[in-house]
Design a protein around this ligand. Structure first.
Ligand SMILES: Cc1cc2nc3c(=O)[nH]c(=O)nc-3n(C[C@H](O)[C@H](O)[C@H](O)COP(=O)(O)O)c2cc1C
Length: 149
């Protein structure tokens, strides 16, 4: 199965998760900006990751999905990183976008990412050191699981 992991990341958290998901799939993680959506026809499994921004994926991610071609029957997956909440809505938006292209949704994963702003001024204990090693291992397992899903 030919798999691709595509991510958008501003401060590196989603990138770390993307690399672990890709490692579980035995492939590489590519930055959104480096991927031409048209080329996705060549893949059997497409996994897309975004930080949670205002309870939704970053706009670049939703725009990217809207530019993807119809690829009926191909498998899709999603992952995100967040500070506090908004992961379910974020995954739901990515899922809906992939399903609108005819894809079958195979699963999702979300981890906590350290946020400089909230980490410095808010409940720092919840965020420092995230994504943790354990979250990275779970991300890798998520990737591996998608191959069987
Ligand atoms: C503009 C902005 C909006 C955000 N909105 C949310 C949010 O709604 N919910 C949440 O839990 N975290 C929110 N965060 C925190 C990020 O989702 C979190 O730090 C994430 O891990 C960042 O990923 P990145 O390092 O890949 O950019 C927001 C961060 C930014 C910069």
């Amino acid at each position: 199965m030919k798999a691709i992991v595509i991510y958008y990341s501003q401060s590196g958290n989603t990138e770390k998760i993307a690399q672990s998901v890709a490692s579980g799939l035995g492939t590489k993680a590519l930055k959104l900006a480096d991927v031409n959506p048209e080329t996705l026809k060549n893949y059997d499994l497409i996994v897309i990751g975004s930080p949670v921004h205002g309870g939704a994926p970053n706009r670049k991610v939703t725009e990217f999905i809207s530019h993807m071609p119809e690829i009926p029957g191909k498998k899709g997956g999603a992952f995100c990183t967040k500070s506090l909440f908004g992961d379910k809505t974020t995954i739901a938006v990515i899922r809906k976008g992939l399903e609108s292209k005819g894809m079958k949704f195979a699963g999702s994963y979300c981890a906590v990412g350290f946020s400089r702003f909230i980490g410095d001024f808010g409940p720092r204990i919840f965020h420092r050191g995230h994504p943790t090693k354990q979250e990275l291992v779970k991300a890798e397992e998520f990737g591996r699981g998608l191959l069987q899903a």
